[in-house]
Design a protein around this ligand. Structure first.
Ligand SMILES: [Zn+2]
Ligand SMILES: [Zn+2]
Length: 446
């Protein structure tokens, strides 16, 4: 039964003043965002480490661009009529009146940086790698987020098929190093400014006669972004698409030869792929090679793990010198969920073999300092400084599998000494604090 609140304490003394009432609200993460909690980080660390290794192996330099840019970069670059710009981009006006956008993809920002920093004067091609968050106001659903993370590789300044293949190869090496073996590469060519328009014209006249047989979304695409009709996952639309004209029949000699060589090198490298004549990708800037990697043999699942292609006109569209380029981006959340689904074991970060235990005010203060010194000497040390009792700290040290516990109590703190306890045998020895690092080093070597 709850006690009645007394107005006055015992013997008529006034009770403590009441705590002022806090104003409270409840806030949750915005729809479509997610927290990456400590226990999830091992997957992210692993993926980032593998990406960094691949970047080094294939000669990519890291570039970090701002998460927001001039909105015109995406309207012009990604394309006015793309889903990204029409529906998904986050835009905002700053207090200074600038129109900015949270980056929905990396490529336009990287092209801007390439031009802005005069990278055309560097030896070509310039190979750049990025990793970070992107933002799209998409319908949130399983595996789709409004803030998600991408790995992005670009090769700017090489017109040859070698770069197309190297981008694919780099990503394949990443997936393989993560032990992801079940994936399929779909590839196509969507031509260039010379040959694509004729194809689009024929495609439009094909669909024009069949508009009553496609979904409302496709009817909208018909006016704005006709290539995307080929992309629709609706069963009704797929039937129509299956008989649509194929871009491969319209490619000019240059595009045909380029594509042929890409496929030949992939064959040489024994990288398997499926030619999908209806693969177009959602963005405006692609020319020639486009590709996607899916986790299964068909492309109807949750979405591609990664996708990309050549974009030979984008640099010029931002008033750079005409510069051919190719790139691709992978969704980190997708790859990580793929990793988890396949039950791939990610080795835990190595746990410290030394655990520091402290008692009392002075003991704690000295422990913090010593803890720092161990880090400087490259020795990982575990701790539970927030636990007050030696018993509870020892329990954690045991659970964490520490070999050595260092105990710094009041007495030791006053004497500038410390107890070294062998966690297996339970044998304890007291040494001077100044000698403890060397002593621990010696014991860890045994
Ligand atoms: Zn062409
Ligand atoms: Zn459709």
């Amino acid at each position: 039964m709850p006690k009645k609140r007394k107005k006055h304490g015992r013997r008529g003394r006034p009770s403590k003043p009441r705590k002022p009432r806090l104003s409270k609200i409840k806030v949750q993460a915005p729809k479509g965002t997610h927290d990456i909690l400590p226990e999830e980080q091992k997957y992210w660390d692993k993926l980032r480490a593998v990406v960094a290794q691949a970047a080094t192996n294939y000669g990519f330099g890291r570039i970090d661009t701002p998460v927001f840019e001039d909105v015109r970069l995406y309207i012009k670059g990604t394309g006015q009529n793309t889903d990204i710009v029409q529906k998904e981009i986050y835009t905002f006006k700053t207090k200074g009146g600038e129109q900015l956008a949270l980056r929905p993809e990396f490529t336009p920002g990287i092209v801007r940086a390439y031009i802005e920093h005069g990278m055309k004067n560097l030896p070509q091609p310039v190979k750049l790698c990025s990793i970070g968050p992107v933002f799209r106001h998409d319908k949130p659903q399983a595996g789709r987020y409004r803030q998600f993370h991408q790995i992005n590789f670009e090769i700017i300044g090489d017109p040859t098929e070698v770069s197309d293949v190297q981008i694919i190869q780099t990503f394949v090496s990443i997936l393989k190093r993560l032990n992801l073996k079940k994936f399929t590469i779909f590839i196509n060519s969507i031509g260039c400014l010379m040959c694509a328009p004729k194809y689009k014209k024929n495609l439009l006249s094909y669909y024009k006669k069949r508009l009553n047989r496609v979904c409302p979304e496709c009817r909208r695409r018909f006016d704005k972004n006709p290539l995307r009709l080929l992309d629709c996952k609706n069963e009704k639309c797929k039937k129509v698409t299956n008989e649509a004209p194929q871009i491969l029949d319209y490619l000019c000699d240059e595009c045909r030869l380029h594509f042929k060589k890409v496929l030949e090198i992939l064959d040489d490298l024994e990288i398997p792929y499926i030619l999908n004549p209806y693969l177009v990708r959602g963005l405006d800037y692609y020319t020639k090679t486009v590709f996607e990697v899916w986790e299964d043999k068909d492309d109807s699942g949750q979405g591609a793990l990664l996708g990309g292609g050549r974009y030979d006109n984008l640099v010029e569209m931002f008033k750079g010198k005409s510069t051919p380029a190719v790139g691709a981006a992978a969704g980190m959340e997708r790859i990580i969920s793929f990793l988890k689904k396949q039950d791939i074991k990610i080795s835990e970060i190595e746990k410290p073999k030394v655990f520091m235990i402290q008692l009392g005010e002075l003991g704690k203060r000295k422990s913090l300092k010593l803890f720092d010194e161990f880090q400087r000497n490259g020795i990982k040390v575990g701790e539970a400084f927030s636990k007050p009792s030696i018993k509870s700290q020892l329990k954690i040290a045991d659970k964490e599998g520490a070999k050595i516990a260092l105990i710094l109590g009041q007495k030791e703190a006053l004497e500038d000494s410390i107890i070294i306890r062998d966690m297996v045998s339970g044998v304890q020895e007291t040494v001077l604090i100044e000698k403890v690092i060397n002593e621990v080093k010696k014991r860890l070597k045994q």
